[in-house]
Design a protein around this ligand. Structure first.
Ligand code: PMP
Length: 422
C-alpha cells in the first residue's frame, strides 16, 4: 500500500547527495507498478485537444487531452502563431536581460498597456512566470512590520512570497469572508500602523470555486487593508469581456494588486502584476526579486501573450469563452450523472473530480492512462491526503466526442480502481 509521500519531506542527515535515496527507491517502485502519474512526456503538441503522452515506463496514452491549460485553444491560433514568428524575426529569441537592464521591447510595452486596459488598472509589470509574479510582488511589497492574510488554499507562489517577506502571516478558512473580518479586527485591535494585505484567487483551480470578491473588497476597505487577487485561471477565460471574476463580481479596476499568469488562457509562459499604484509598480520592478534578477520574458512569449490578449478582448474571444463553458458544463453534468463527485460551484475551465484516498487515485490514474485519456491526478502535497482528485481542464476546441469519451473512461477506471483498492 501507498505510504504518505510527505514523510520524505522531513528526512534529515548530513549527506545531501544520499539522504533522498529512500525517496528515489519509493518513486521507482511506484513507477514500476504504474502508480506514478508524474513527469510524463508529450510526444505531440501539448495543448491540442487530442495528444500522445508517454510515461517513464513506456506507457503510451493517446486520446482526448484534458491535461492542458490552453483554455481558449489559442496555442494553435493562426494570429498567435504569426505574432510569434514575427517577433522572432524582429527581436530574436532572447531579451537582453531583466526588464531593468534592457529586457523590454516595444511589444512588452504594448502588452503592459493592453493588460492595463483589459483590467482597467493602469500600471502593469511583466514577470518571467505567473509564479514569479505572485511571489515577487508579495515578497517585495510587504515587510517585517506588516501582516498578510491568505486564503488557506492559496497557490504556492503566494504562500512562499508571504513567508519570504518577513511579515506576520495568517491563513483564513477557504472563501470565508467573515473569517477575514475577524482576523482583520484582531490585527487592527493591536496594530494600526502596519500594512495588511489580504490574498485570494479569482478561481481556485483545485476546487473550482470563487470568493465573494466584492464583499471581500468592502471588508478590506473597512479595515484599511489591501486586496490581492491572483487571476491566473479566470482572467481571459471568464467574464463577458474576458475580465475574469473581477468583471463577473463588478470590481474590475478596483483591486489594489492583481497578479496573473499567461500560462493558461494566454498561450505562453509569463506573468504580470497590475495595480493602480504607480509607485508600487515601480518599487516592485526595482525590488521584486524575479522581476529584477531574472531575464525578461522573450519577445516570442511577449508577442504570443499580446496576440492572445487581442483575441481574448474581441468578439471571437467571447465565442471561445462560450465554447469552453459548454465543454466544462457537459463534463460536469456527464460525470455527475454517472455518480462521480464534481467539485466546486462555478462553471470554469477547470473541472475537478474528487476521488478521495491517494491509493485509489493512483490506481485510477494508471488505468486511465492505459485507456487513452490524458488527465492529471492531483494529490498531496497539492491537496489533502484524503482529497486526491483528477483536475480536468476544458479547452474551447474540445468536441462533444472528446468529452463523452473522457466521461466513459473516467467512470469505468475510477469504478475499477475503487473495486481493486477497496
Ligand atoms: N497562480 C495560480 C493560481 C496558479 O494556479 C499558477 C499555476 N498553476 C500560478 C500562479 C503559476 O503560474 P505559472 O505556471 O505561469 O508560473
Amino acid at each position: 500500500r501507498e505510504k504518505d509521500i510527505m514523510r520524505f519531506r522531513t528526512v534529515s542527515g548530513p549527506d545531501l547527495t544520499t539522504r533522498n535515496d529512500a525517496y528515489l527507491a519509493w518513486q521507482l517502485d511506484r513507477q514500476q507498478a504504474e502508480l506514478w502519474p508524474y513527469f510524463r512526456r508529450y510526444e505531440s503538441a501539448a495543448l491540442t485537444t487530442r495528444a500522445t503522452v508517454v510515461s517513464d515506463t513506456g506507457v503510451v496514452t493517446q486520446g482526448p487531452n484534458f491535461g492542458g491549460q490552453d483554455y481558449l485553444s489559442l496555442t494553435a491560433h493562426p494570429a498567435v502563431l504569426d505574432a510569434a514568428h514575427q517577433a522572432l524575426r524582429d527581436y530574436g529569441p532572447l531579451t537582453a536581460g531583466s526588464p531593468a537592464l534592457g529586457g523590454a521591447t516595444p511589444i512588452s510595452k504594448a502588452l503592459e498597456t493592453g493588460l492595463g486596459e483589459a483590467l482597467r488598472t493602469e500600471h502593469v509589470a511583466l514577470f518571467p512566470t505567473g509564479w514569479a509574479a505572485g511571489f515577487g510582488t508579495i515578497r517585495s511589497l510587504l515587510h517585517r512590520r506588516d501582516h498578510i492574510l491568505l486564503d488557506r488554499l492559496s497557490h504556492d507562489s503566494l504562500r512562499q512570497g508571504a513567508a519570504a517577506s518577513g511579515a506576520s502571516v495568517e491563513f483564513f478558512r477557504h472563501l470565508d469572508n467573515e473569517a477575514v473580518r475577524r482576523h482583520l479586527r484582531g490585527i487592527r485591535a493591536t496594530d494600526t500602523a502596519g500594512a495588511v494585505l489580504v490574498v485570494t484567487e479569482g478561481v481556485f483551480s483545485m476546487d473550482s470555486d470563487t470568493p465573494q470578491l466584492a464583499e471581500l473588497l468592502g471588508i478590506c476597505r473597512e479595515y484599511g487593508a489591501h486586496l490581492m487577487v491572483d487571476v491566473a485561471h479566470d482572467f481571459g477565460a471568464m467574464g463577458e469581456r474576458g475580465g475574469g471574476q473581477l468583471e463577473v463580481h463588478g470590481i474590475l479596476g478596483e483591486v489594489d494588486f492583481v497578479v496573473g499568469a499567461f500560462s493558461k488562457t494566454f498561450a505562453t509562459t509569463g506573468g504580470f502584476l497590475a495595480t493602480p499604484s504607480a509607485s508600487a509598480r515601480e518599487y516592485v520592478r526595482m525590488f521584486g526579486g524575479p522581476q529584477t534578477f531574472s531575464s525578461a520574458i522573450t519577445p516570442v512569449q511577449t508577442a504570443v501573450a499580446l496576440a492572445a490578449l487581442s483575441v481574448v478582448t474581441s468578439a471571437e474571444g467571447a465565442r471561445r469563452r462560450t465554447a469552453v463553458s459548454a465543454v466544462a458544463t457537459r463534463l460536469r453534468e456527464g460525470l455527475t450523472a454517472r455518480g462521480l463527485e464534481v467539485m466546486g460551484d462555478v462553471v470554469c475551465p477547470v473541472v475537478p473530480v474528487l476521488i478521495g484516498d491517494t491509493p485509489t487515485g493512483r490506481t485510477a490514474s494508471g488505468l486511465i492512462a492505459r485507456a487513452g485519456l490524458v488527465a492529471h491526478l492531483v494529490e498531496q502535497p497539492a491537496v489533502a491526503s484524503d482529497a486526491a482528485r483528477f483536475r480536468l481542464q476544458a479547452m474551447a476546441e474540445h468536441s462533444d466526442d472528446d468529452v463523452d469519451t473522457a466521461i466513459d473512461i473516467l467512470d469505468t477506471c475510477i469504478r475499477e480502481a475503487r473495486r481493486t483498492v477497496g
